[in-house]
Design a protein around this ligand. Structure first.
Ligand SMILES: [Zn+2]
Length: 138
């Protein structure tokens, strides 16, 4: 499994549930190990963050005041398994989580985010199993 393909939302959701992380816990750092070559595990770092009270970033997590920092090492095989379980439970495509779209590019200058059709489900948002079932019904 290619790490760029790992769905961070699915993994974070799973860590949240399995470790009973509090509601104000946010992840802010993701790192692949080893740093060169094929990834064996991904390190997820986060902590409890109060929300920014005023200004442009009001309502967003205040990382500077984070506490209870925690680090989780997720082996790629485990992430893969969690994504399979997600797909099984929801019937949604594990790569785009049912949206049918995937991030294609972030332009920091124009503050623009571009999406393209998810190539795994061809924009349907359906899990592989469900797509097979639909084809079988035709
Ligand atoms: Zn998809």
């Amino acid at each position: 499994m290619d790490v760029t393909n790992m769905n961070l939302d699915t993994i974070e959701e799973r860590l949240r549930t399995d470790y009973e992380l509090p509601g104000d816990f946010v992840f802010w750092k993701w790192r692949c190990f080893p740093e060169t070559g094929r990834t064996i595990y991904v390190e997820f770092t986060g902590g409890r963050c109060p929300l920014v009270k005023r200004g442009r970033r009001a309502g967003k997590p205040n990382y500077l005041r984070a506490s209870d920092r925690r680090v989780f090492n997720v082996p790629v095989q485990e992430a893969d398994q969690w994504e399979r379980e997600y797909e099984e439970a929801t019937g949604s495509c594990r790569h785009c989580r049912g949206s049918g779209q995937r991030l294609s590019r972030i332009d920091l200058v124009k503050h623009a985010t571009e999406y393209r059709e998810c190539y795994d489900c061809r924009g349907s948002g359906q899990s592989q199993k469900r797509r097979k079932e639909m084809r079988g019904d035709e």
